[in-house]
Design a protein around this ligand. Structure first.
Ligand code: GLA
Length: 721
């Protein structure tokens, strides 16, 4: 259970495991007191003494007090030299803001955030603190929510211009976490196309460090997430904070160490390339950010995130539903197909146990390569002479669901849409357009563009009867200008784009509640908690190589549950790496997420086709445990030659363990993998070998995994209590 109390000028948010505490100091300064292990009270003077400050009763910001004070929502310019959470340019051109406490209220549940994805649910309590800057009239409503059933606190801020002159917000972070020391490693996720979300861990050093993006999306290069882990933290033990932003656009996540030794972590919209004008009476809502805390290492942090997203973020319609095993046409056919070919691939897919056939890129306009037609969402009569309707029907007649690919936010210069509406593309008039993958980006900040996208996607879904949509987005922002915004609002475009995207997704997912939306952005280029509010799964990476997938999926699970990762078996030699790995390894890796195929089943050997049938049976049988169980990383591909992870179902009666060894090494022991999350007193049978062990033995000593010979050797073990 959670509760929020106000005692001795302290707002204490707590549940059974964690507390988050704020203090209102004389003068109305809002201090951050504690986040972490559950505390029911705090001696505020002890903390102030540590910060070199007089007791609470005598607190004053004069003589540098703000520079040392841990704060809930600090700003720069009135004595605090650290990175602030908020910068606002006033009518007189000055940039300092001085927010002081006005009032606060506590409510059950949590309010929705207008226009933005946010956690939801009744099993939580929310504290809203109102702060005010007397000089400009700016008000900040800070929302803090604590959950009954998750070790998480979410925050966001709503800024209201209650003054009588326009203001410009140039920085408005979502979460600020001031910690009294800097004895932490910073853990972030970094990479690039086909190498998304590699785990990067290094000790904090004095100064600012972190990750950010200005590409317009949460990006291929990094992820809106950071963790602060004590140096001794392992996957299973030690104290960790995790911060995640529910946002799909430009963000910054930083941790800065200052001269007195404290750390300030901030996460929010990237203030580079951001300026938001607030006329009197207008409001700006920041995205929401979530803080989780665990004393059970990085796995503990991840489980806290997984639980929070599963229970309070993902579309609940899909959370507990077994998703269809899909076969996607992209690596099977690329742009080279027609109705007959697709139907024959679909028929072979059905025979091997697939449940959903997805037609990827290339079905519309005259798109025989990636140089044209984005925006013209009309089937190519050469490939689909009877349109989407007949293809959909023929696929369904095989006993499969039908799914379709679109890249709705884009327009090709060679398209009827661009010829009719050149002003709909994001652009800087007078400057040459910079293309990416030969395409331009539609200005999703415009309501008419959003309506066009809603109409095109709706028509495509209706005409095809598709029950699955892969929503792709394949380029970075450039020429960041809108023909619909006045000069003083051009700095709002990147965020307005994301708001337009969210509105579009909101309308469509509500209009088509039974269509499964899968996100995608050149693979995992927009894999974030903002998108997951609309699309319960996201194509994790364009890299389908089994060994690369070990790293990509291992890293992704730091912040996101396995059920959110689209994960497919593809053909060999692999199309991204040219590596040949055994079918078993490709299966073992793909089992770690929402399972599917990315190959032409007609071209498989008989052995591989038979393997496919056995695989799809296994996927169905173990779905609940693999996708909804507790997930544990066991061996890291970033630290050695072996990858291992496992999931355990809720009553700990079934577990699925996956082990993959990258390079075969002569004269080495097979891995002895210490398992986790089992019932120590239960006896488990390993289905594949018939051996029996106690949970205690498997966790204390480990399970010997004698891998077959050769590179990319793998094992999948199913444990039954
Ligand atoms: C992106 C996606 C791929 C595929 C292609 C189609 O790269 O990530 O899965 O859909 O686009 O052009």
């Amino acid at each position: 259970m959670s509760e929020i109390t106000f005692v001795n000028n302290l707002y204490i948010l707590r549940n059974d495991h964690i507390s988050y505490i704020l203090a209102v100091l004389p003068g109305g300064f809002l201090a951050h007191v504690h986040a972490g292990a559950r505390l029911d009270s705090v001696n505020m003077d002890n903390l102030l003494r540590h910060a070199g400050l007089p007791a609470a009763a005598d607190f004053t910001p004069k003589e540098g007090g703000l520079e040392w004070l841990p704060q809930a929502y600090p700003s720069f310019g009135l004595g605090d030299l650290r990175e602030g959470a908020l910068t606002v340019i006033a009518g007189d051109g000055t940039r300092a803001v001085d927010l002081r406490f006005v009032d606060a209220q506590v409510e059950d549940g949590k309010p929705a955030l207008p226009g933005l994805p946010a956690t939801f649910g009744d099993a939580c309590k929310t504290l809203t603190v109102r702060l005010r800057d007397a000089h400009t009239g700016l008000e900040a409503m800070l929302y803090f929510t604590i959950f009954d059933d998750c070790d998480a606190v979410t925050r966001s801020a709503r800024l209201v211009n209650a003054g009588d002159a326009p203001l410009t917000v140039t920085r408005a972070m979502s979460f600020c976490l001031d910690l009294p020391d800097h004895g932490y490693d910073l853990v972030t996720l970094s990479g690039g196309w086909a190498r998304e979300r590699a785990v990067v861990r290094r000790p904090l050093v004095p100064g600012e460090q972190g990750v950010s993006t200005r590409s317009g999306a949460s990006s291929l290069q990094t992820s809106p997430f950071l963790a602060l882990a004590r140096p001794e933290v392992t996957e299973h033990a030690g104290e960790v904070y995790g911060l995640s932003l529910l946002y799909s656009g430009n963000f910054a996540a930083t941790a800065s160490v200052y001269q007195h030794g404290g750390t300030r972590a901030l996460i929010g919209i990237n203030d580079r390339d951001f300026a938001w004008r607030l006329e009197p009476g207008e409001a700006f809502q920041t995205p929401e950010a979530a803080l989780v805390w665990s004393s059970e290492g990085l796995n503990g942090m991840s489980r806290a995130f997984h639980r929070l997203w599963n229970k309070h973020l993902l579309p609940q319609r899909w959370v507990n539903e077994r998703r269809p095993i899909l076969l996607n046409s992209w690596e099977a056919a690329y742009f080279d197909f027609d109705e007959e070919k697709l139907v024959s691939i679909a028929a072979a897919a059905k025979e091997a146990g697939a449940e959903l056939f997805v037609m990827d890129d290339g079905w519309f306009g005259h798109r025989d390569d990636d140089f044209s037609s984005l925006g013209d969402w009309v089937p190519d009569p050469k490939k689909l002479p009877a349109g989407l309707g007949r293809l959909g029907e023929r696929v369904r007649a095989l006993g499969l669901q039908f799914g379709i690919w679109m890249e709705p936010e884009m327009v090709s210069p060679d398209s009827d849409l661009y010829r009719a509406h050149p002003e709909w593309a994001m652009q800087i008039p007078g400057r040459e357009a910079v293309l990416g993958r030969h395409q331009l980006i539609l200005d999703m900040s415009r309501a008419d563009v959003q309506d066009f996208v809603i109409e095109s996607v709706s028509r495509t879904l209706r005409d095809s009867g598709a029950t699955y949509l892969k929503w792709d987005m394949n380029r970075n922002f450039s020429n960041i200008g809108s023909t619909a915004l006045p000069p003083e609002r051009q700095g709002e475009l990147p965020h307005r784009y994301i708001l337009g995207l969210y509105r579009t997704l909101d309308v469509l997912t509500k209009a088509f509640p039974d269509v499964l939306f899968e996100g995608c952005a050149s693979g995992g280029g927009r894999f974030d908690a903002g998108m997951l509010y609309y699309t319960p799964q996201i194509w994790c990476s364009d890299d389908t190589d089994a060994l690369c997938r070990c790293e990509i999926q291992y890293g992704t699970t730091l912040a996101f549950p396995p059920s959110t990762m689209g994960s497919h078996v593809s053909a060999v030699p692999n199309h991204q790496t040219a590596r040949v790995t055994p079918m078993q390894a490709r299966f073992a890796a793909a089992l770690g997420g929402q399972f599917g195929y990315e190959l032409d089943p007609r071209k498989l050997t008989d052995d591989d086709r038979a393997a496919m049938s056995a695989q799809t049976d296994y996927v169905r049988r173990t779905f609940e445990t693999r996708m909804n169980g507790d997930f544990y990383r066991l061996l890291s591909p970033f630290e050695g030659n072996d990858t291992a992870w496992m999931t355990v179902n809720a009553d700990r009666t079934e577990a699925v363990v996956t082990v993959i060894r990258s390079r075969s090494l002569p004269n080495t022991f097979p891995p002895l993998v210490r398992l986790a999350g089992l019932d120590p007193d239960a006896a488990y049978t390993v289905e594949e070998t018939g051996e029996r062990f106690t949970g205690r033995e498997l966790m204390a000593l480990g399970l010997c995994c004698p891998l077959p010979a050769g590179d990319a050797a793998s094992l999948v073990y199913t444990l039954k209590a």
